[in-house]
Design a protein around this ligand. Sequence first.
Ligand SMILES: [Zn+2]
Length: 336
Amino acid sequence: MRVATFVLACGCGLAVRGQAQSSPSGVRLDEGRFTVVADRRDDRLARTLLREALTSDSFPGLPRPRARVLIAIAPDAARFREWIGPNAPEWGAAIAMPDEQRIVMQGSRSASDAGDPRVVLRHELAHLALHEFLGGLPPRWFDEGYASVAAREWDRDAAFETSIGLVWHVLPSRDLLDRGFSGGASQASFSYAIAHRVVAELEALDPANGLRNFFRSWKDTGSLEVGIRTAYGMTGAQFDRHWQGQLRRRYGALSLVASLALVAGLFGVLLGPLFVMRRRRDKRRLEVMRAADAASEAALHASALAALLAPSDPSEAGDSSVPPLYRPGGDGYSPV
Ligand SMILES: [Zn+2]
């Protein structure tokens, strides 16, 4: 996911570079403009990725790339970390080196968070294609947004990410967006999602030509601002208002729901102790009331028993009729 301009310090692919086809430990596949090198155990993955690269070798708005590309599939996480170097972020699933037209990605034994290797490869190839045409012109946010759009990475997770992100973050300007990629994984995820939306909105401004005229003007003048004006007939500031408005319209409602859920959660945290105290107090009251009821019932029972054993009219001694516990004119059962 990360674009690096530094030279890979270690020998990713170098160990197998120059091999005609394959060795007992590694495989090298050459076809079209692609070379894929991998561990023998990733042979199938290497062939799948090569086929994907060959069959979808065009990118939105760009002329068909011509530069040769080396795709190195790291056999394990340790080798991947070793090949991408110490400066790559922990959350990076793959790395593209435009200066060398080289991609390093994780093999079939990588963790699931490495993503779908076909999508990852498409993302990285888009970085290379963009740089082949525009060189170093694209800022980071455009680079990532474009690669994400080209790889069709937008899904429900991205929508959710954006909605949650909007709860916590103010929508950044395009310039500020760049800083998000060097933040933590959460900030970076939000930045990826926003960058995707910005580029997607730009592309949607011209349904017929998409990004083609924009890229051409940007390359000719070296100015992204001029590219936007020429291709879409609006200033950069107008475009900013447009994409921010679109984003709020699409994800603002979801963001509001998320906000309410968070507020409810916050109230839970703040009011929770008060609720527990109230429950404890009510419980104590209930116990006191039950004790009083029990005492009352016992007294009532004793009174009734006493009434049974001691008739109120001595002259009627021996009458075993049950005395009335209800006194007419009273307020119910004798309170005793
Ligand atoms: Zn990327």
